[in-house]
Design a protein around this ligand. Structure first.
Ligand code: UDP
Ligand code: MG
Length: 319
């Protein structure tokens, strides 16, 4: 009998955790040959989520939990869950039932019968999503796939079953600012993609705003490619070449036709243009510098407030 752990990041999901557990546990207990347990990671919720999770843990043996001292974000919650996991197969799934537990059986099959190292879900439709958001996310995938070594799959969600080996590889990546979608690709391994139709959130609402998605996209780009720095160099080179050509033009014109005093507007335009390019380049450098600064502090990715998970090999994450 193989052990499987399901990692569930929860932030303000008091209405969902119990429904999630009942539904998912009912589905997975039908699957033969595996024993399932849950690791709920309470990401510093402000509501009764942790009480609900503790209630579940008291009533069921297969519920483990870990709660953070504050909201560290879903990336930190996924990392914590993976780090605490010990099972041979580990999956990550959302608490809002947007990731159908019915897919789990197929995911395990992909690993144990078809020889994959991981199996991940992919939404086929972006139905119910604002048009502008879909357009931006398509643009993001185009950009990051062209400019980096990783190949992100459009529509991929954080619902993934992995082997112990792959989980160990992911946990061994030390970066503090984590972009899991990229990390899953970067570690390699053979992944099978299974498609599913977008499911609406049952209760509550998505914690993602347009602005937070935009920041997430910038994080992903900065974490996995340094191409924007090259764009800054390229634009700088183009602008200075253009300036040099213009200089030659003015020089020849003055030598042939004499001095020409008016030129106020062209001077201002060039000044503003070059100023803009310099500020943009500084901004791009700043994005990388800021991340380097944050990484060098080596702060923990999460801080545990309480947990019922006993053996931990890393002392630093203990409360
Ligand atoms: N989540 C989390 N920390 C956060 C935000 C979200 O652990 O800071 C969890 C949330 O409880 C849910 C999952 O991440 O289980 C996905 O969140 P959400 O449904 O808001 O995102 P979406 O489905 O819209 O991508
Ligand atoms: Mg959701």
């Amino acid at each position: 009998m193989k052990s499987v752990e399901l990692i569930v990041p929860c932030y303000n999901e008091e209405q969902m955790v119990e429904i999630f557990y009942e539904k998912t546990n009912a589905v997975v207990s039908e699957i033969e040959g595996y024993s399932f347990s849950f690791i709920f990671v309470d990401d510093g919720s402000r509501d009764q989520t942790i009480q609900k999770i503790k209630g579940l843990a008291a009533a069921h043996d297969n519920v483990k939990y870990l709660s953070f001292s504050r909201n560290f974000g879903k990336e930190a919650a996924m990392y914590a869950g993976l780090k605490m996991s010990t099972a041979e197969r580990v999956a990550i799934m959302d608490a809002d039932l947007q990731h159908p537990p019915e897919l789990i059986e197929g995911m395990l099959k992909a690993i144990d019968e078809e020889g994959y190292d991981s199996c991940s879900a992919r939404r086929v439709s972006r139905e119910g999503e604002p048009k502008l958001r879909s357009a931006f996310s398509r643009l993001f995938y185009k950009f990051i796939n062209k400019m980096s070594d990783i190949d992100l799959v459009d529509g991929a969600v954080d619902f993934r079953m992995m082997t112990r080996n792959m989980v160990n590889a992911i946990v061994s990546m030390p970066e503090v600012q984590r972009f899991s979608k990229g990390i899953f690709c970067w570690v390699g391994f053979k992944t099978k993609w299974i498609e599913f139709k977008n499911v609406e959130r049952l209760i509550g609402e998505s914690k993602w705003s347009f602005w937070s998605l935009f920041k997430y996209a910038i994080d992903g780009i900065v974490a996995f490619t340094t191409f924007p720095l090259r764009i800054a160099t390229l634009i700088g080179t183009c602008v200075s070449s253009a300036a040099f050509i213009y200089l030659l033009f003015v020089l020849i014109k003055t030598l042939c036709f004499g001095k020409d005093v008016p030129g106020y507007s062209s001077t201002i335009i060039i000044l503003l243009f070059i100023g803009g390019v310099i500020i943009m380049a500084l901004g791009i450098i700043g994005e990388y510098l800021a991340r380097m600064y944050m990484e060098t502090k080596r702060r923990p990715i999460f801080i545990t407030r309480e947990t019922n998970i006993k053996e931990q090999d890393d002392e630093s994450d203990k409360k």
